[in-house]
Ligand binder design. Structure first.
Ligand SMILES: [Zn+2]
Length: 481
């Protein structure tokens, strides 16, 4: 989704930086390396490569891949801590309580299930701890954050999560534990003011949003002023509560926006699990159906404010019924017909009928949204209107039936005009879809000899290079058994 938003904003002419990556500290990673008997650096390299690999296979054009083990990052985290410490907002005290290793977080009794387990990590036993640690005072900034949320309705989207966040901030906040004793955790950023402790993994990880753009050195400010975070709903609290309060404590401005999405669940709304066998392996899907089958499904069906269903079968069905039957089919019908009947060339524009103009208007309207700034929650509706337009384009072809028109001398020219209109509409759709399924859209545009696409992009008629030679037409979305 983030990659789609990046391509959308670039199509509008914006300079953009997409950063993603891995946080590498904490007890979980430390213990996982131990269990595998691996040196911790080697373990982290292996895990990092796995994530990077999936992003690369997905065609995610990230500009920066975060590794929180980077020296510059660690130095900047320590700097932020020192600044907050110097303001007297970090205190040392003893704490007795319940700890979830999965969340790397202390839990209140009200956070746990009836059996006393973490609802996010039911298979991991929570632990009782009795430790001295450093704590960030959050309460002094709570009202200020609530006011910021009220004054900036776009700060958290969609609205349901904005409301959830306001609920989290309705009651006084306890101090946030921001350290772990080295006797328990060694994999982390050492506290600059007490070397017996490392930094709480969330404090360290959240700081990445600033350290990636060069903070504390100058030059980060312009990026930061427009910065948007995109997160899953399970990490709303660290991003919506801890991070803004950390920034306020450090006298730094807040990011512009926090876009929150819900989760994927299996077909029928069943939670994914290995034992049920309804997990989706993105690599396997891409190997079988191609990267754009997966990208298209995600864009088409990811709802921001409610969970969405996914399965290999659903992805395959959508690939078949939409990408293959609606978009790929149109390209092969139109371009093959032109190649065979118009001297191997794309047709040139002729006189148009009211039906032609109606289809053209439908396609302009359906793609206009891709020439505008898109928010995360807008993506599925934009895809819906594009696929509706593609269905209209297919209906138009069936109804006009250029293959029949071509048989008679009197209507031969009309066949040419119909194919022109159909392919010019398909060109517009494929230009729009460069933001979503760039590989396939690029292939379709190359087939149609479309090379130069204006930026800022908006849908425009009659840019099909009529009269240019067509190469052999390859199927855009080949049928898969
Ligand atoms: Zn947990």
């Amino acid at each position: 989704m983030a990659d789609i938003l990046k391509r959308n904003r670039q199509a509008l002419g914006c300079e953009l930086m997409l950063s993603t990556g891995v946080d590498e500290h904490g007890q979980k990673n430390q213990e996982a390396a131990q269990e595998l008997g691996m040196p911790v650096e080697e373990y982290l390299d292996m895990r990092c490569a796995e994530f990077r690999d999936v992003f690369e296979k997905l065609g995610v054009e990230f500009d920066y891949f975060v590794r929180t083990s980077r020296e510059g990052h660690k130095k900047a985290v320590a700097e932020m801590e020192q600044r907050i410490f110097d303001k007297g907002l970090i205190v040392k005290k003893q704490y007795t309580g319940t700890y979830c290793k999965g969340c790397e977080e202390f839990k209140k009794e009200s956070d746990l299930t009836e059996d006393g387990q973490c609802p996010l990590h039911p298979t991991m036993q929570v632990e009782q701890t009795d430790e001295t640690n450093y704590f960030l005072k959050m309460e002094p900034f709570r009202e200020q954050l609530l006011k910021h949320i009220d004054d900036n309705p776009d700060f958290v989207q969609p609205e349901s999560f904005r409301n959830e966040l306001k609920k989290m901030l309705a009651e006084p906040l306890e101090d946030l534990c921001i350290s772990r004793p080295k006797s328990r955790v060694t994999l982390g950023v050492e506290l600059p003011f007490d070397t017996d402790f490392v930094t709480y993994v969330w404090f360290d990880a959240l700081a990445n949003y600033l350290t990636n753009i060069g903070w504390p050195e100058d030059g980060y400010q312009n990026w930061w002023a427009e910065c948007e975070h995109m997160i899953g709903k399970d990490i709303l609290k660290p991003h919506g509560v801890y991070w803004p309060l950390m920034l306020m404590a450090a006298d730094l401005p807040l990011p512009k926006k926090l876009s929150v999405h819900s989760h994927w669940v299996g077909a029928g709304g069943v939670k994914m699990s290995k034992s049920i066998g309804n997990t989706v392996d993105p690599i396997e899907v891409m190997d079988k159906l191609g990267v754009d089958a997966l990208r298209w499904y995600l864009a088409r069906h990811m709802r921001a404010d409610s969970d969405s269903q996914i399965s290999v079968e659903l992805i395959a069905q959508t690939y078949e019924s939409e990408l293959n039957n609606k978009l790929g089919n149109l390209l092969s019908r139109g371009a093959k017909f032109a190649r065979k009947n118009f001297d191997g060339k794309l047709p040139v524009k002729g006189p148009l009928t009211a039906e032609d103009e109606a289809l053209r208007q439908t396609v302009l309207d359906a793609t206009a949204g891709m020439g505008e700034w898109i928010d995360l929650a807008d993506i599925p509706a934009r895809m819906q209107s594009i696929i509706n337009a593609a269905a209209e384009m297919n209906n138009y072809f069936d109804k006009q039936a250029p293959w029949t028109l071509f048989k008679s001398e009197e209507t031969k020219d009309r066949a040419r005009d119909v194919v022109y209109v159909g392919l010019d509409c398909l060109r517009i759709v494929m230009e729009a879809l460069q933001q979503v399924i760039p590989v396939s859209a690029g292939k379709a545009l190359a087939t149609l000899n479309v090379t130069d696409i204006a930026r800022p992009w908006k849908p425009e008629l009659d840019r099909l290079p009529g009269g240019s030679e067509l190469d052999e037409i390859e199927p855009l979305f080949p049928r898969v058994q």
